[in-house]
Design a protein around this ligand. Structure first.
Ligand code: ZN
Length: 121
């Protein structure tokens, strides 16, 4: 009689229900759009939203989408608005974007393709 293969790591690797992950993902996106809305009047609130989004991301192990990752500083975690508190340089020859946080002068370099570039403003 063939035995069913045992799944040793089943319990350990059990992930949170997909529904919960969907909600987490959605909340991250909502927080970033709120950050964008609040920035002109309350930039400190925008930073708070980024912090919350990062916490959700870590708690549920949901990555922050690449486009949103570019919207905050990796160093000081401030919400970044290009042309306001961040400077963006495009290098079209080497296909990368250099984002400088004007708060802590941290420089972040991202490669880009045409598709990704559409999400940058
Ligand atoms: Zn910074």
């Amino acid at each position: 009689m063939a035995e069913k293969p045992k799944k040793f790591h089943n319990r350990r690797n059990r992930r949170k229900p997909t529904e919960q992950l969907e909600i987490a993902r959605e909340r991250i996106e909502i927080l970033f759009s709120q950050a964008e809305i609040e920035f002109p009047a309350h930039p400190e609130l925008s930073n708070r939203y980024v912090e919350l989004a990062r916490k959700i991301s870590m708690k549920f192990n949901v990555p922050i989408p690449g486009t949103l990752k570019k919207r905050f500083c990796r160093e000081c975690k401030n919400y970044l608005v290009y042309g306001k508190n961040a400077r963006v340089r495009l290098n079209s020859d080497r296909k990368y974007i250099l984002i400088t946080c004007l708060n802590c002068s941290n420089k972040m370099k991202y490669g880009y393709s045409k598709e990704k570039n559409q999400n940058l403003r």
